[in-house]
Design a protein around this ligand. Structure first.
Ligand SMILES: [Zn+2]
Length: 148
């Protein structure tokens, strides 16, 4: 989970949505491919979500979130409308949680979050820490290197 803020018990509601634009969908799918290959995990299903009201919700949380892994690491939710770098960082982070769940790693919550944050930073460094406007290019380069 990547949290935006604690909402003091108030439920937050999200609905599954299309990516905000075609580039967002491409950046997300490339980031997923890189992380899945690096982590050697089963590819989680990626869903974009946006805020909604309770009656339209596909997902509820007790915190305001931009990313979430669920279903034993088989599904990842990411907010639409993130800048590319934030989107990639969120996907790397949530893929690490997916790995934790898929492998049954039993860290406490603080430990899980720290592990996911560090992993996302490391993987961003591994792809060359691209500036915002070159994220897609750097992801593509990494995928080509790996023959993906
Ligand atoms: Zn997290």
């Amino acid at each position: 989970m990547i949290r935006v803020k604690q909402t003091e018990g108030e439920q937050m509601h999200y609905r599954v949505a299309d990516a905000g634009n075609p580039y967002e969908a491409i950046v997300a799918s490339f980031a997923m491919k890189v992380a899945v290959a690096e982590l050697k995990i089963e590819a989680p299903k990626l869903c974009f979500v946006q805020n909604t009201i309770k009656s339209c919700a596909d997902l509820e949380t007790r915190e305001d979130i931009i990313g979430l892994a669920r279903g034993g690491g088989k599904q990842i939710f990411v907010r639409t409308g993130l800048d590319h770098k934030n989107l990639v960082d969120t996907i790397f982070h949530e893929c690490r949680h997916a790995m934790q769940f898929q492998r049954g790693i039993t860290f406490n919550r603080e430990h899980r979050e720290r592990d996911a944050r560090i992993y996302a930073l490391e993987l961003m460094t591994k792809i060359g820490d691209p500036p915002e406007w070159r994220v897609l290019e750097f992801l593509t380069k990494k995928l080509n290197e790996k023959g993906l």
